[in-house]
Design a binder for this molecule. Structure first.
Ligand SMILES: NC(=O)c1ccc[n+]([C@@H]2O[C@H](COP(=O)([O-])OP(=O)(O)OC[C@H]3O[C@@H](n4cnc5c(N)ncnc54)[C@H](OP(=O)(O)O)[C@@H]3O)[C@@H](O)[C@H]2O)c1
Length: 251
């Protein structure tokens, strides 16, 4: 009889990019709560990365922090090896590091577009291939955005590069099968962007069919669900109150 029971996460090791703060931090802590050892990647938030590692260790698992600017291909190419050097083989990769710059296609520079593509697509590709190259299986979750389902003209470089990551998720799901499962989670209104507070979320909540905003724990739950499954790959879970069905932007 086939073993259809879910995968146990305890004892595995994860690399979470952009995990010092905000959603990445919540994902790292949710994994730690399941007994997963975590490599906390960060770029500029060194103090927050150390604090996140301390909190992870208090949950009884190991934690390491590793710095890399993922908009720099050279640094992206050495990140996985450095993470393995600290933690040993990596079973789980969550590509969460991101920027969210407000710029239309008229305002975005070639440099900004290229940096967004490196951070949101080339970096995740390099890390995914490195995980698969260990030849020990594993699972990857890419962080998308429900905005991939509409036309987000206000965040052109972000929008283009997250759509590339959506395509990459499907390509990698096919290319890395059967050893590695590759899925994505696409949040909607969860945390206010930089410079905004909770009033931003309250103001836009009515744009979701469920008329509310979410929290980081709900995003982490979707990630844990995907990581536990043994029969899901190439899937996107929208944690967005149903926003992805609306077909137009909310701001
Ligand atoms: N927040 C939401 O409500 C929401 C909604 C939709 C989608 N998402 C997606 O969910 C993920 C997490 O969201 P978030 O709001 O927590 O993200 P975020 O705050 O915009 O960024 C997360 C981290 O990415 C890191 N980062 C930025 N530029 C980098 C670079 N060049 N190299 C390496 N790391 C870099 C930063 O690390 P340092 O601080 O260490 O520099 C930052 O703390 C993102 O992929 C985002 O697109 C979030």
């Amino acid at each position: 009889m086939m073993d259809n029971s879910g995968t146990t996460l305890a004892g595995r090791t994860a690399l979470v990019t952009g995990a010092a703060r905000r959603l990445g931090r919540a994902i790292a802590l949710a994994l730690a709560q399941q007994g997963v050892h975590v490599v906390v990647h960060y770029n500029r938030s060194a103090d927050e990365a150390v604090a996140t590692c301390d909190e992870i260790r208090r949950l009884g698992v190991s934690a390491w922090h590793v710095q890399a600017d993922l908009a720099d291909i050279g640094q992206a190419e050495t990140l996985f090896e450095r993470a393995v050097g600290e933690a040993g083989p990596i079973d789980i990769l969550v590509n969460s590091a991101s920027t969210f710059e407000k710029e239309t296609i008229w305002e975005t520079s070639a440099q900004s577009l290229e940096a967004n593509l490196r951070l949101h697509a080339t970096g995740p590709l390099i890390l995914a291939r490195a995980l698969a190259g260990q030849n020990r299986g594993g699972a990857i979750v890419n962080m998308l955005d429900t905005r991939v389902t509409v036309y987000d003209r206000q965040h052109a470089a972000y929008h283009i590069s997250k759509r590339v990551l959506l395509t990459l998720t499907r390509m990698l799901a096919l290319e890395l099968a059967p050893a590695v499962a590759v899925n994505a989670v696409a949040p909607g209104l969860i945390l206010p962007p930089a410079g905004q507070d909770e009033s931003y979320l309250k103001k836009l909540a009515h744009c979701n069919p469920l008329n509310r905003y979410g929290d980081p724990g709900q995003v982490a739950d979707a990630i844990l669900f995907l990581l536990r499954s043994r029969f899901i790959t190439g899937q996107v879970i929208y944690v967005d109150g149903g926003y992805h069905m609306k077909g137009h932007m909310y701001d």
